[in-house]
Design a protein around this ligand. Structure first.
Ligand SMILES: *[C@@H]1O[C@H](CO)[C@@H](O)[C@H](O)[C@H]1NC(C)=O
Ligand SMILES: *[C@@H]1O[C@H](CO)[C@@H](O)[C@H](O)[C@H]1NC(C)=O
Ligand SMILES: *[C@@H]1O[C@H](CO)[C@@H](O)[C@H](O)[C@H]1NC(C)=O
Ligand SMILES: *[C@@H]1O[C@H](CO)[C@@H](O)[C@H](O)[C@H]1NC(C)=O
Ligand SMILES: *[C@@H]1O[C@H](CO)[C@@H](O)[C@H](O)[C@H]1NC(C)=O
Ligand SMILES: *[C@@H]1O[C@H](CO)[C@@H](O)[C@H](O)[C@H]1NC(C)=O
Ligand SMILES: *[C@@H]1O[C@H](CO)[C@@H](O)[C@H](O)[C@H]1NC(C)=O
Ligand SMILES: *[C@@H]1O[C@H](CO)[C@@H](O)[C@H](O)[C@H]1NC(C)=O
Length: 490
């Protein structure tokens, strides 16, 4: 095999074979060979440079591979494309920035829509960045001084690592002879940026402690993490929380078997299927496209809005399919504790039945954040019961307790027997309902939904339940629709 020298450094040499492949020889050169190489380089450097430019231009055009082997490298200007042609990996400059980032973008469609960035916070200032696969199995991005700009990591060591861009948009590092996804050393899907692609597991692995969350870009020119983060909160019954800094902006609500309680438009559809996995080891949300002719992605924008887009080939543009938060009532705790937000009412906030504004002065001035308090305090054990609310988004579950196998009746008894329990509900609404969810803190962030709302049973003092009318029947459940308080069915 004929070799052409491109560069000799203290660390080793960079050679080009006749076939146009890059070869890196690291620390292998004998002093003598190095000497010869240096002479060769001096004499032919002009010729070699011409040759290099020729080969490079050929490589850019002809490269149709999806892998980078340990002996190869990816320079700025070169790209690799996944086998189905869906995604492309290479260097780019976002917006009007001149800085260089290593990223993944769509190839067949929407070229220029970046879905992942490696060196989000450490851009390269020139076009001499190089991506390499190094032993024992890491991806390393280096600048022209050979300085490490970014790298992947792995807890395992292998002999022949390769990097591959899969057609899902997942960049992986694996053993060259082992394509079992269980054995990947590293994958970009575990470190999402602002985009949630089909097949990604958005959530946590409790065993490894891996937390895959989405974070917005700082600006269209700067992919470094911006103000917003959307992540799965594992406290109580898990739910997704959208943060601006440390402040919760929006809450998806708990998964109810069909969807997240606070995202009613999430419904079965012809374009994608979605589900939530929740067990001892892992909890995550994921989705898959049903027909790859309709491409869809979810992105957390710089404005803190999490949107699903679908690609419209006719207009060659992305169309918004669903977005959250949607309105004021989606703003976390907009109406404070023990109140409900109804976007169709004016004002939108109202105390729950049996509750009054905590600070009437503030409340009257449209400052709802302190919410409401009970008119009559609970007297645990003295005949408390529950009021049933329907059609709502369940309150914050960070301080909740749950049991997947209890039925509603057992759930009610469990709540009744514990004086700090404030409310209960079914965990899963499918097939008439199952499982038990109990709340042990102030009930906050309830909203009235126009479709796909749920039932919640809120603990009330006996006297609030019209006990005087039915003196012998404790623990009564009253049914209330927040929409129309007069509809009391006993
Ligand atoms: C790029 O330039 C900025 C500002 O001059 C500097 O702070 C940064 O370290 C440079 N980055 C690299 C990778 O050289
Ligand atoms: C890899 O890096 C991430 C982020 O820096 C870190 O959270 C994780 O623990 C590292 N994993 C290993 C196996 O070193
Ligand atoms: C891959 O190759 C290594 C070393 O040659 C070997 O130890 C390993 O068992 C191989 N893996 C598979 C899946 O064939
Ligand atoms: C979770 O992490 C453990 C330990 O790293 C690993 O064995 C397991 O395969 C992971 N599970 C998933 C679903 O990624
Ligand atoms: C996917 O959509 C295309 C175009 O609408 C259609 O021709 C094709 O039959 C669909 N494939 C499946 C598996 O539904
Ligand atoms: C997308 O639209 C172009 C014309 O704008 C057309 O040539 C192409 O076949 C379309 N692709 C698909 C998958 O419908
Ligand atoms: C959940 O409920 C079932 C059925 O009532 C019960 O057997 C089980 O012990 C409960 N689990 C916990 C953790 O309380
Ligand atoms: C009531 O529930 C809380 C929270 O789960 C628990 O800490 C407490 O021990 C329970 N009290 C009784 C009497 O069961």
């Amino acid at each position: 095999m004929a070799l052409w020298i491109y560069e000799v450094t203290i660390e080793g040499a960079l050679l080009i074979s006749q076939e146009g492949e890059w070869l890196v020889i690291q620390n292998l050169l004998s002093k003598k060979l190095e000497h010869h190489l240096r002479i060769l380089m001096k004499e032919f450097s002009f010729l070699l440079n011409l040759l290099f430019i020729y080969i490079l231009s050929n490589m850019i055009v002809s490269t149709a591979v999806d892998t980078i082997a340990a002996s190869q490298l990816l320079r700025d200007g070169e790209t690799i494309v996944s086998t189905g042609g869906s995604f492309e990996l290479g260097f780019f400059s976002p917006g009007s920035s001149t800085k260089r980032y290593l990223g993944i973008w769509y190839h067949k469609i929407a070229s220029g829509t970046v879905v992942w960035v490696a060196n989000r916070e450490t851009p390269i200032n020139n076009t001499f960045g190089v991506l390499m696969v190094e032993e024992p199995g890491i991806l390393v991005l280096r600048d022209h001084t050979n300085h490490k700009i970014w790298s992947s990591n792995s807890s395992r060591r292998i002999q022949t690592p390769i990097a591959q861009l899969l057609d899902s948009g997942n960049l992986i590092v694996r053993d060259g002879n082992d394509s079992d996804s269980q054995n990947f050393l590293w994958q970009s899907f575990d470190f999402p940026c602002d985009t949630f692609l089909p097949g990604m597991k958005f959530g946590r692995n409790s065993t490894s402690g891996l937390d895959r969350y989405i974070s917005s870009w700082k600006s269209t020119d700067d992919p470094s993490p911006g103000d917003f983060v959307y992540r799965l909160d594992p406290n109580g019954f898990p739910q997704f929380l959208l943060f601006k800094g440390s402040i919760v902006q929006f809450r998806s609500g708990p998964w109810n078997g069909l969807r997240f309680s606070g995202i009613p438009p999430l419904k079965a559809n012809p374009f994608y299927k979605f589900w939530f996995v929740f067990n001892q080891e892992k909890m995550y949300y994921t989705y898959e496209l049903l027909n790859t002719s309709v491409v869809s992605r979810m992105v957390l924008g710089q404005n803190g809005i999490f949107q699903r887009f679908t690609w419209i080939n006719r207009t060659q543009g992305w169309k918004i399919y669903i977005s959250v938060p949607l309105d004021n009532c989606d703003t976390y705790a907009f109406c404070g504790p023990y109140s409900s937000c109804n976007i169709d009412d004016s004002p939108v906030c109202a105390c729950l039945k049996g509750f009054v504004p905590k600070f009437p002065n503030e409340w009257d001035k449209v400052d709802w954040s302190n919410g409401c308090v009970r008119k009559i305090p609970l007297e645990c054990g003295k005949g408390d019961g529950f009021i049933k609310y329907s059609g709502i988004k369940l309150p914050d579950t960070r301080y909740s307790w749950f049991n997947v196998s209890m039925n509603l009746k057992e759930c009610k008894m469990k709540c009744l027997n514990n004086c700090s329990c404030r409310a209960y509900a079914n965990l899963d609404i499918r097939g008439g309902g199952s499982g038990c969810l109990l709340w042990f803190d102030d009930l906050i962030d309830i909203r009235q939904l126009t479709e796909n709302g749920q039932d919640l049973y809120i603990r009330m003092a006996a006297s609030e339940l019209g006990k005087n009318l039915w003196p012998n029947e404790g623990n009564e459940v009253f049914h209330i629709s927040i929409r129309n308080n007069k509809d009391k069915d006993i």
